[in-house]
Design a protein around this ligand. Structure first.
Ligand code: AMP
Length: 416
């Protein structure tokens, strides 16, 4: 028997209500904030991600699903959403539109990770990107949008973690400072971090190994090494957030796992679950469009994983509307009754009423059990007598009361 590949999951009908709930809230907040929806391919030229996410990152080095197609093109299943949106922004000349261009997406994301609760090899993200504006007003707006989104879902018990990692002007001096700090501690670092020390010392800050975490706690803070421009941006952002009533926790170890971030980085963390359970995260990526061959274009974005949201909705016992129950179930006995049932169902569906028709040869009792199982509010029973009289029996599934009605009357009864 085949099984879904490790780290992937089927989203069964009873789970779908959560997904529709999340998508509707996401679309509604995007409409409110002036974002347009975009969809991009599930795979891209692998180079798009190596160049943008960065060659020294876990995502590119260890997690990317990379393959050659039959024409020898090197492709990768998307390991994140931002690079594809930026590629599309450039490919379709969106830099000629009034800026910022605001786009949102739902995308399945592929990362070869060690599967565990809340961590899969295929997961789904809702993300938004605002491209073409450098002002910290936009940072505040995107963060506000993320928080409002989670609150609109009914979620509580999360914090906003915030940091600034500077830009290409001020970061080199900070990285040098980090190397100085870490070099005497080299022996207590994990093998990966010893390698990162030369190539990508920023990554040492978010290593999950306990000894590396202890070292990171006392490490120099990037927000203390900002150039004038990044410093002003950082101060303005904090002021805007305070004005919006958004509480934040300064976290100097928050650097995010992708190389393209500049200045503002942030994560939404549930109170319970630790640093690997982030509900969402984002930040500014002022150099990314430039790195992909466009003119320098500042931008900021945010993404959240739908599986993580579902886990949090469940753990916080948040009810979501389940509207997949049919209004009517039609039980029928005999060949002529089946024909009548099909016609009545077609009529009712045309009138916008959801109907399930029982198609097999089961007893009336078994059919009514089925009506109960699918959660139908009422059942319509059609047997030989009803076919002869042209009427049907309408049964209230809760009380068991039955009454004879004309098929036409069902439309108004079931609309109630
Ligand atoms: P990232 O692009 O790593 O910042 O991820 C953005 C969000 O996607 C995270 O905050 C999580 O909610 C979610 N996410 C990331 N990786 C996974 C994964 N492997 N499985 C499930 N959700 C994930």
């Amino acid at each position: 028997m085949f099984k879904a590949p490790r780290g992937t999951a089927d989203i069964l009908p009873e789970e779908q209500a959560y997904w529709r709930y999340i998508e509707e809230k996401a679309m509604s907040i995007c409409r409110q904030c002036g974002y347009g929806m975009i969809s991009t391919p599930a795979f891209e030229d692998a180079g798009l991600f190596t160049r943008s996410v960065g060659e020294g990152t876990d995502i590119v080095n260890k997690e990317m699903y990379i393959f050659k197609d039959r024409s020898d093109n090197e492709l990768a299943l998307r390991p994140e959403g931002t690079a594809s949106v930026c590629r599309s922004y450039l490919e379709h000349g969106m830099d000629n539109l009034p800026q910022p261009v605001k786009l949102y997406y739902f995308a399945d994301i592929f990362r070869y990770e060690r599967p565990q609760a809340g961590r899969y090899r295929q997961h789904h993200q809702f993300g938004c990107e605002a491209i073409g504006e450098a002002s910290p007003v936009l940072d505040a707006e995107v963060i506000h949008m993320a928080i409002t989104f989670f609150k609109s879902l009914g979620l509580a018990n999360f914090s906003l973690q915030l940091n600034s990692i500077g830009c290409k002007k001020c970061r080199p001096a900070y990285l040098e400072r980090l190397r100085e700090y870490y070099t005497p501690l080299k022996d207590q670092l994990c093998g990966d971090c010893r390698n990162r020390l030369e190539k990508n010392p920023l990554r040492l800050l978010d290593c999950k190994k306990p000894t590396c975490q202890v070292a990171a706690d006392e490490s120099p803070k990037s927000s203390e090494y900002l150039c004038e421009e990044c410093g002003l941006h950082w101060e303005s952002l904090k002021r805007y957030l305070t004005a919006l009533g958004i509480e934040y926790i300064l976290n100097h170890r928050l650097v995010r796992g992708l190389d393209y971030y500049t200045k503002t980085v942030f994560e939404i963390q549930p109170f319970e679950g630790g640093s690997q359970s982030a509900l969402g995260g984002g930040g500014r990526y002022d150099d990314l469009i430039d790195m992909l061959g466009g003119k320098p274009t500042p931008a900021i974005g945010f993404a959240t994983g739908l599986e993580r949201i579902v886990l949090n909705l469940k753990s916080q016992s948040i009810e979501v509307p389940h509207n997949n129950k049919p209004a009517l179930f039609i039980a029928c006995m005999g060949e002529e009754a089946k024909t009548a049932a099909l016609k009545i169902a077609a009529d009712l569906r045309e009138a916008g009423i959801s109907v399930v028709v029982s198609a097999g040869e089961r007893s009336l009792k078994a059919q009514l059990r089925h009506a109960n199982a699918v959660g139908a509010a009422s059942a319509v029973i059609i047997g030989d007598d009803e076919v002869k009289s042209g009427t049907v029996m309408l049964r209230n599934m809760e009380t068991g009361e039955q009454q004879e009605v004309q098929p036409d009357e069902l439309k108004k009864l079931s609309a109630i």
